[in-house]
Design a protein around this ligand. Structure first.
Ligand code: ADP
Ligand code: MG
Length: 281
């Protein structure tokens, strides 16, 4: 039978806005020594803002922003939304639009091919580009020619640093996984005090990181916002979804759902489950 204190613990978690989907996850959480966090939308707010545009090959700033906005119009990615917002109303209709997870988008308009995405995408399209920044940049190529890049910024959530501190105090290791560049990942990792980070990952490579960690640790927790993350949440021993912005698929598949997207609720939940175990023993 399940000790009553487990139900009390699930109830207490619910009161702080954390949905634990079974008493077994209380146990698993207590034995977890490593927490892997997704970056964008999980540790950071996930609401990007365009903060600069750098043009190349004779392109103009307005032109680069306009073409990027046209290409990103049909994308739900937070980076896409920031570009469309910075431009204003996009009237042009693209002939085709293809989203490449962890990379960007390619679109076609009146015979013009527009590619908008990260280093990896430009590399794959053989577009010569160069950029060394520790901010998130979105490259723009027009008919295979490099037009420049748009700088977007995304701030860490207010309680992210505290959440990581608390988890480390509880004796856990904290790592960050992201599809963003190494430079951005390194800056955010330092700022927040995470022990280690894995960058430039495709969504399926995040799953591989979790598999590797599972070989070394009895229980691995992964915290994600669900945008491309559902398979990673599914594979972790304790899959935690940020519920407010996250996708329905992620919420369904998660073992624990944090309703208001605060990373500190993860460290609070760990404390609650540890308290429960002391009562049971
Ligand atoms: P994270 O792993 O940090 O949550 P994502 O997996 O959502 O980030 O995206 C990884 C990277 O892929 C982004 O940092 C960005 O460089 C690129 N990217 C993905 N979708 C888009 C898009 N629609 N427009 C531009 N870049 C994109
Ligand atoms: Mg994300």
């Amino acid at each position: 039978s399940i000790p009553l204190s487990y139900f009390a613990s699930i109830g207490k978690a619910a009161r702080i806005g954390v949905l634990v989907k079974g008493s077994n996850y209380v146990d698993r959480l207590t034995s977890t020594r490593i927490f892997a966090f997704d970056k964008t939308g999980t540790l950071t707010k996930g609401s990007f803002k365009v903060v600069g545009i750098v043009t190349k090959n004779g392109f103009k700033e307005e032109e680069v922003l306009k073409l990027a906005a046209i290409a990103e119009k049909n994308s739900n990615h937070p980076i896409a939304k920031s570009i469309v917002e910075a431009y204003g109303e996009v009237r042009a209709e693209v002939k085709s639009h293809k989203e490449i997870p962890g990379r960007g988008v390619v679109a076609e308009l009146d015979g013009t091919k527009i590619a908008v995405g990260n280093d990896a995408m430009m590399h794959e399209l053989n577009v010569e580009h160069e950029c060394f920044r520790d901010e998130t940049v979105v490259h723009v190529a027009v008919n295979g020619k490099y037009a420049g890049y748009i700088i977007v910024s995304d701030e860490p959530k207010e309680d992210a640093k505290k959440a990581i501190e608390e988890l480390k105090k509880s004796g856990c290791k904290v790592v960050m996984v992201t599809g963003d560049s190494k430079r951005v990942a390194e800056r955010i990792a330092k700022e927040l005090g995470v022990d280690d980070f894995y960058a430039e990952l495709m969504p399926w490579q995040k799953v591989e990181v979790i598999e590797e960690l599972k070989k070394k640790y009895d229980s691995v927790a992964f915290v994600g916002d669900g945008i491309n993350d559902a398979p990673v949440i599914a594979r972790a021993d304790v899959g935690i979804a940020m519920g407010a912005m996250g996708s329905d698929a992620a919420i369904e598949i998660a073992d624990v759902v944090v309703m208001d997207d605060k990373p500190s609720k993860v460290s609070e939940s760990l404390k609650l489950s540890k308290r429960t175990q002391r009562i049971v023993w």
